[in-house]
Design a protein around this ligand. Structure first.
Ligand SMILES: [Fe+2]
Length: 408
């Protein structure tokens, strides 16, 4: 089997960073080690000088041709970011990201400066973690025999786990055909109809969106196993657990069988959303933080109804889980292929938490899908997970997706 476990940090190593000491002692050392790869990243991404103010300290990172210059103060910065000590400590240790701080409005930059800050994120990781920013041409896709891989390949239950595992490790996604029966999907769709009236805006168990016809629609039913015995059975079936075992990393559903955990979410994708979020634009699931502690977890999308170019479908960037790049955006330089994943009822899509993906808004027909995750084995408290979860759960109230007619 082919591992997708890329974790490089442990929660037991997390500390509250003292900004003064880190900026004076650690940052110059890190720049000495990683300045060259970081400056390559700034050239690729077109980064401008970044100023950071935290406590009474301030500094600017200035990209030069073969190095990053560290300067005290922010007078030469093109973008200045003000951070509190916890947010600074979170950024340094890869617990929160510029995107999570912006979504929670902890930082509230004008749009142009927000994008300038986002560009720095892969470079900041290069400085601190020594991980180079993705360069065009670096990633290829091979079969186990060394030939080129068909990125549109799908698998059935008859295919071998080894072959499926290889494809997942290369591409970061899977399309599993006919994984569940149409009858089971019809039962679950009925259960969704019955459950929707039991959810209400602000209940902490659902996301909502307004559509152009003026309706307030429940678009995400969380804790959905509590509403459907069929779903409870599905989560315990061998063919669901088979997916968790594919990389051989010990992934599990991390569900105790109760109704009190959010084991699976059922999504309705309406047409014409004008407020709130139903169809997420390009992102990695780790774009809100904790990449180096949790990646890669596995997200499974079960097509309760099929998905195509008219009903909205998942799209992924092949190989993006192997690349240090902006986790919320497709930069024009990115050379990795975008692959659409149309599905039929009962098919399953799989993507890694590090794989860039988005869901196209439906234009002609609504669709239904359920999402559940498998996580890597983990002991103890996940530092900052509560901060990230709060950002995710409040996102539909604070951010609206672009109207569907503006997206392709
Ligand atoms: Fe996602």
């Amino acid at each position: 089997m082919f591992s997708v476990d890329v974790r490089s940090r442990l929660d037991s190593d997390v500390d509250q960073i003292d900004p003064d000491a880190w900026i004076d002692d650690q940052l110059p050392l890190l720049l000495e080690q990683n300045s060259l790869i970081a400056s390559e990243g700034t050239q690729i991404l077109g980064c401008r000088p970044l100023g950071i103010r935290v406590s009474k300290k301030s500094f600017t990172l200035i990209p030069l041709e073969r190095e990053i210059k560290l300067e005290p103060g922010v007078s030469n910065a093109s973008v200045i970011v003000d951070l509190d000590e916890i947010s600074f400590s979170d950024l340094v240790q890869d617990i929160q990201t510029p995107q999570s701080l912006a979504t929670s409005k902890v930082i509230d930059l004008p749009l142009k400066e927000h994008f300038r800050f986002l560009k720095w994120w892969p470079v900041i990781r290069a400085i601190i973690d020594g991980r180079s920013v993705h360069k065009p041409g670096e990633i290829d896709f091979l079969n186990q025999d060394g030939g080129s891989l068909d990125l549109n390949r799908s698998f059935t239950q008859e295919d071998s786990d080894e072959e499926i595992s290889w494809f997942l490790s290369q591409t970061g996604y899977l399309h599993l055909k006919g994984w569940w029966s149409r009858e089971l999907m019809a039962e679950i769709s009925n259960d969704m109809d019955g459950a929707i009236e039991k959810y209400e805006r602000g209940d902490g168990r659902s996301w909502w969106a307004k559509t152009e016809d003026g309706k307030d629609r429940c678009v995400r039913l969380q804790y959905f196993q509590s509403q459907s015995e069929s779903v409870k059975r599905l989560l315990r079936e061998g063919q669901h657990e088979r997916i968790a075992a594919i990389p051989g990393d010990g992934h599990s559903i991390a569900w105790n069988g109760s109704n009190d955990e959010n084991a699976i979410e059922a999504l309705v994708k309406p047409i014409g959303v004008v407020e709130g979020i139903s169809d997420l634009p390009w992102h990695k699931d780790c774009s809100l933080g904790r990449h180096s502690y949790d990646c890669s977890s596995i997200t499974v999308g079960i097509s309760v109804t099929g998905a195509d170019s008219r009903s909205g479908q998942l799209a992924v960037v092949a190989g993006s889980h192997r690349a240090n790049l902006q986790p919320n955006f497709i930069h024009p330089y990115l050379d990795l292929p975008i692959v659409n994943l149309p599905t039929e009822t009962g098919d399953v899509t799989v993507h890694l938490s590090c794989t860039l993906h988005m869901s196209h808004p439906p234009t002609e027909t609504e669709r239904r899908v359920m999402y559940s995750s498998f996580v890597l084995p983990h002991k103890g408290k996940k530092i900052g997970a509560d901060r990230i979860s709060k950002v995710r759960e409040e996102a539909y109230l604070k951010v609206s997706q672009a109207p569907s007619h503006n997206q392709d």
